[in-house]
Write a protein that binds this ligand. Structure first.
Ligand SMILES: Nc1ncnc2c1ncn2[C@@H]1O[C@H](COP(=O)(O)OP(=O)(O)OP(=O)(O)O)[C@@H](O)[C@H]1O
Length: 288
């Protein structure tokens, strides 16, 4: 594993009488996607702000690689309707080079928005423009606070895939806040489940079965994760049907759990199964 970009050690944050973060540890390495999940008010944004250096933790230490370049995508951007500004001009506030702005917009698939008023673009387009703005810093670390907010379900999957592509292309680390572990799971290396303190952490498959995670999010949410990770004892043909094993028997296969979006194995997936997966994903919404 490569050297860390950033390490937070025993971070605590107290506002008045309220302890918002308690002895939180966090390490992010180059090329690694770390996802913070936790209920509302768990301290996710507070931890992100501490990582960015926007707030000073009450206790603990944050060690950043010297000269670390961070690209930040905030949770919300309030666009004042009385201050009309084009997407291009908005990005010029972050970077002087028109060529760099065009390149960043192209990377996130929004070249066509360059001269559009920022106020007129959709929620999903705005998220991509904010991602382009983060890329303009040529980041070694991308920090994304709920990047798919205001984006429809199909757009959410695309946006998470784009984040994965950017990670690979730039070899940057990514720290991301999300409420949708079942959607980000395929793109995440490490999950940190936060509720003031770190309840559990590790590989998404491990976290999704951790009692602390289940206590916070419930069994139902965990079952949605099984869409992505379930054991296969069979192969599919190009039509998506289960191929009988050597003895001629069809292995016992519960398709209600099968989204066929695997990290492991080399299955052929039919459109039939992809449609089923999308249905299952829609069905998995709303548990966060
Ligand atoms: N500047 C502040 N002063 C006082 N309390 C604060 C401040 N910032 C955050 N808090 C409190 O800290 C707690 C954690 O807030 P935070 O925004 O970090 O949670 P979160 O996990 O990001 O929540 P959400 O999922 O709703 O965005 C909340 O109870 C919030 O009210």
């Amino acid at each position: 594993m490569s050297e860390y970009l950033l390490q937070a050690k025993q971070i605590s944050m107290v506002y008045g009488q309220q302890t918002v973060l308690q002895a939180v540890d966090l390490t992010i390495r180059a090329g690694e996607i770390v996802t913070l999940i936790g209920p509302n008010g768990a301290g996710k944004t507070t931890l992100v702000k501490a990582v960015l250096g926007l707030i000073e933790p009450s206790l603990g230490q944050i060690i950043r690689q010297p000269g670390l370049r961070i690209g930040y995508m905030p949770q919300r951007l309030h666009v004042d309707p009385s201050l009309p500004i084009t997407v291009g001009r908005f990005l010029r506030l972050a970077h002087p080079s028109k060529a760099a702005i065009k390149e960043a917009l192209a990377e996130v698939g929004t070249s066509h928005l360059l001269n559009n008023p920022l106020q007129s673009i959709s929620g999903g387009e705005l998220q991509r423009v904010l991602l382009a703005r983060a890329l303009l810093r040529d980041p070694q670390l991308l920090v994304l606070d709920e990047p798919v907010q205001g984006v429809d379900i199909a757009g959410q999957t695309e946006l998470y895939q784009l984040i994965e592509t950017l990670r690979e292309r730039h070899q940057c680390g990514v720290l991301m806040v999300s409420h949708d572990l079942h959607l980000v799971m395929a793109q995440t290396d490490t999950v940190i489940c936060l509720n003031q303190h770190v309840c559990c952490h590790g590989h998404p498959e491990h976290v999704s079965t951790d009692p602390a995670y289940l206590a916070l999010f419930g069994e139902k949410y965990s079952q949605a994760l099984a869409v992505y990770h379930h054991d296969h004892d069979h192969e599919h043909d190009i039509h998506g049907d289960v191929i009988p094993d050597e003895s001629g028997n069809s292995p016992n296969h519960d398709h209600s759990q099968c989204g066929h979006n695997h990290h492991h194995g080399s299955h052929q997936h039919s459109n039939k199964h992809n449609e089923q997966k999308q249905d299952e994903q829609k069905g998995g919404q709303g548990h966060a």
